[in-house]
Ligand binder design. Structure first.
Ligand SMILES: [Zn+2]
Length: 409
């Protein structure tokens, strides 16, 4: 199936759709009890591949204000593994780039300041950029100056006019969130110092496809990147993909791309680009079978949960994030199969999952109620959650890990 909408990156009109997840509610639009009777907005969710620049993308564009400002409850500081990963990254940048009191580190989508704090503590000037008001003010309170705005070429030009050039720009898990990719990358070019470095982290589309991580596809993620897609994108803006690192355990498989204004392509970047061509991530065939595999997970998981229910088992779920919402809504897991969801984020307690309307509680409820099974929606934090829930498991509780294929632990 081809489509009329042009590619978000290169404007090609030859996009090819390879997965349709149906009409889905916004995954982070958690509901209050009094909102359960009202109709929820739903949007189609179709995923396509661009044969001209290799970018995988969804076709629909929900306005970003609706996605990231009104209902956005994600606070980075709730994840221990993310905090550790950020600390290590910051230390390396300080050392390698010899950052000091005259440097400037800018982070796009700085959330509650979890990353920039590592630089600020060492006396290195920082600037956060994040449009979510609660997160931006949490960052300010912890000593991280933060502009509550979306990053684009216009904002970058304004900052540069104020005399700001960044020695380091960090953009973690945000490039996928921007519908205006070209303005975003142009903004990087404008704000970056001539010898500066941009480090971008995002989940890797190869991991998504190979491990069937379909639940990371939702309206907040407009694009799904390979190195080939990133290389093509940044080159159009006079930037270079110079180095690539892979973190297989982070968010189901994350890449860190180092981008600069100078052509200093390292062997790591060359190797990834070559491997992607060899494995044909740059052609539609790589993606074609994905839809059928996703339907297989849906069938298997539905059969497993229905069977457990028939045996009179109680079932809860762990992780009220967008990923969990996507899986529950796509597979069709509502109150008839699921008693409740738990999440560590206190801002979510007392609310309900979008679409399927299952209530959200604190993780302590697992020990209080001791459900027979817990569906692990946040499988990307699998080791962390299993460690935290040692006591629940010791008392006989079991976890169901849905991805890459349903499995009981
Ligand atoms: Zn394209």
């Amino acid at each position: 199936m081809t489509t009329e909408a042009p590619c978000r990156a290169c404007r090609s009109e030859r996009l090819e759709v390879f997965l349709s997840l149906g009409n889905m509610p916004l995954p982070d639009a958690l509901l209050r009890a009094e909102e359960l009777q009202r109709p929820e907005p739903r949007f189609p969710l179709d995923v396509a591949f661009c044969p001209d620049c290799s970018l995988v993308q969804i076709l629909e564009e929900v306005p970003p204000e609706q996605l990231f400002v009104d209902n956005y409850l994600y606070f980075s500081s709730f994840s221990e593994s993310l905090l550790r990963h950020s600390r290590e990254h910051a230390s390396r940048l300080v050392e390698e780039r010899r950052l000091g009191p005259s440097s400037l580190v800018v982070e796009i989508a700085s959330n509650d300041g979890y990353m920039l704090r590592n630089f600020a503590e060492r006396g290195i000037p920082v600037l956060g950029i994040d449009p979510a008001p609660a997160q931006a003010s949490a960052a300010e309170e912890s000593g991280v100056p933060t502009l509550p705005e979306f990053f684009d070429a216009e904002l970058a030009a304004r900052l540069r006019a104020e005399g700001k050039r960044a020695d380091v720009i960090v953009a973690n898990n945000v490039m996928a969130h921007t519908p205006t990719l070209n303005s975003f990358v142009e903004g990087l070019r404008i704000l970056l110092a001539d010898d500066g470095v941009v480090t971008i982290e995002n989940t890797y589309v190869k991991d998504l496809i190979d491990h069937c991580e379909f639940d990371t596809i939702y309206h907040e993620h407009f694009s799904y990147f390979s190195c080939s897609a990133v290389d093509a994108l940044v080159r159009r803006h006079g930037l270079f993909l110079n180095a690539v690192e892979h973190f297989p355990a982070l968010q189901g498989g994350t890449l860190r791309w180092r981008i600069g204004a100078r052509d200093a392509v390292e062997p790591s970047a060359r190797a990834y680009l070559e491997a992607e061509r060899a494995e044909r991530l740059t052609s539609f065939g790589y993606y074609r079978e994905f839809g059928a595999r996703v339907e297989g997970i849906k069938r298997e998981l539905t059969a497993l949960l229905r069977d457990l229910r028939r045996q009179g088992k109680s079932i809860a779920a762990y992780g009220a994030a967008a990923k969990g919402s996507t899986l529950l809504n796509y597979v069709g897991i509502g109150p008839e199969l699921l008693d409740f969801v738990v999440d560590r984020n206190v801002h979510k307690h007392g609310l309900f999952m979008p679409g399927v309307h299952v209530p959200i509680f604190a993780p302590e409820k697992l020990l209080e109620e001791r459900p027979d099974y817990v569906l692990l929606l946040s499988w990307n934090y699998r080791d962390e959650v299993l460690r935290q829930q040692r006591e629940y498991r010791r008392r006989g509780g079991k976890f169901i890990v849905p991805i890459p294929w349903p499995q009981v632990l």
